[in-house]
Design a binder for this molecule. Structure first.
Ligand code: ZN
Ligand code: ZN
Length: 413
């Protein structure tokens, strides 16, 4: 016994324009654009939304695109695709590989845009079967964590209807044709932190006349390792990685400052705040111990919030995906340490569901070394890899996931 949302989704996606979807995807893949420069991509998406009958706006939050379809009484459902590519030189050898040197759709956002355009078309063509309002969002600059917030700051929900629910999906490694849902935490928060240690420079032969920031920075890097091991409870997952350390110019010059750049991954804002407080305390303490002439600067930079699905919303979407694709195709991967800025799009208290569509081509998956799923998972090209090449066989299913997810929330006849 299938629900009317699942039946309607299968109806509305029975005759998808497969060749058109392929062309759209290949065209986007050939022409990747970096964060906040997604002009061509945004134009292509806006054109498809307009053709399908959506009231369309461009330039929202920089290069964002919004399409609205008002179709009678019922909830407002927002579907989101991010649009930006990465500064990665493509090595896939695909016939439709990037034509832009050093820039590549290595995270699958081209697939996301094609999915959204396909879903927008199918839902508009089948508008007799449902009522409510659809909000299609082409979001810029996900990779830099800026785009979602930029769209909201630019008045997204003053200019367009406020959604009752938000839905988003992402391509991921794994044998093509699985749908990963977690009814709670699915992605971690990410926070960049910069530390500047102020010492007192001088001649390498006269350390007594200096305060050496290199030694202090070295202690700091080591001591920062105790934040996760000694200050975060074992039940909480967290990562602290010092990704860059910079100081000095020559062998015999003691520099006057050292810089440390680190990244945190956490699964709750409370743990994140505790870690930032610990970093501030440890930095201040090491600099005090060394006799630094000034307190260190601790600058909290770009951050991504944790992505925490509303359990009811996610279960509803997972259930309809189970009906459309078979329950064996839906699984719960548990929380990952990756991050997204999608939650920034959600107004306070508005529920959302975010899931993954696995997209590794079957032959690549089969050929990957490894005895079990996890070994193969680490062996196949992942997002951000120059060899990331999602299977175009996921184009139609990725449209169905969005259409069925939307219909599970709209009023269906
Ligand atoms: Zn990415
Ligand atoms: Zn991505």
């Amino acid at each position: 016994m299938t629900s009317s949302a699942a039946r309607t989704a299968l109806d509305l996606t029975a005759d998808l324009p497969v060749a058109g979807l392929e062309d759209c995807y290949r065209d986007l893949h050939r022409h990747p654009e970096l964060s906040l420069r997604e002009h061509r991509t945004a134009g292509k998406l806006a054109e498809q939304l307009r053709k399908a009958g959506y009231e369309t706006a461009e330039g929202v939050g920089g290069t964002g695109v919004v399409g609205v379809l008002r179709n009678g009484d019922g909830p407002t459902v927002l579907l989101r695709a991010d649009m930006d590519a990465l500064p990665v030189a493509e090595e896939t050898g695909l016939p439709y590989a990037s034509e832009v040197p050093g820039v590549m759709h290595a995270c699958g956002h081209d697939l996301h845009v094609a999915w959204l355009a396909g879903a927008a078309g199918a839902l508009a063509a089948g508008r007799d079967a449902w009522s409510g309002t659809l909000l299609m969002v082409g979001q810029p600059a996900e990779e830099t964590g800026q785009g979602a917030q930029a769209m909201v700051t630019d008045g997204l929900y003053e200019r367009f209807p406020r959604p009752d629910v938000l839905l988003g999906q992402h391509a991921a490694p794994g044998p093509a044709g699985l749908y990963a849902h977690s009814p709670g935490l699915i992605l971690s928060a990410s926070t960049d932190v910069d530390i500047v240690v102020h010492g007192q420079g001088g001649h390498g032969s006269r350390p007594e006349s200096t305060v050496d920031p290199v030694v202090t920075a070295a202690y700091l890097v080591t001591r920062l390792q105790t934040v996760v091991s000694r200050e975060v409870a074992p039940r909480d997952s967290a990562v602290l990685t010092v990704g860059r350390i910079e100081a000095g110019t020559r062998h015999n010059v003691i520099p006057s400052e050292a810089r440390i750049a680190l990244n945190l991954r956490t699964q709750s804002m409370a743990v994140r705040d505790r870690m930032i407080a610990a970093i501030r305390r440890i930095a201040a303490g090491e600099c005090l111990a060394a006799g630094c002439p000034r307190e260190p600067e601790v600058i909290v930079g770009a951050d991504f919030p944790a992505t925490v699905n509303d359990a009811g919303t996610d279960r509803r979407v997972a259930a309809v995906h189970g009906e459309v694709f078979g329950t064996g195709a839906v699984f719960d991967p548990g929380p990952a340490m990756g991050s997204e800025d999608f939650p920034h799009l959600a107004p306070d208290g508005v529920p959302y569901a975010y899931w993954f569509v696995t997209s590794t081509p079957a032959d690549v998956w089969e050929a990957a070394p490894g005895a079990d799923l996890m070994e193969k998972f680490t062996a196949v090209p992942s997002n951000h890899s120059p060899r990331f090449a999602p299977d175009t066989s996921t184009l139609v299913p990725g449209v169905r996931t969005l259409v069925s997810g939307a219909l599970a929330h709209l009023a269906v006849a």
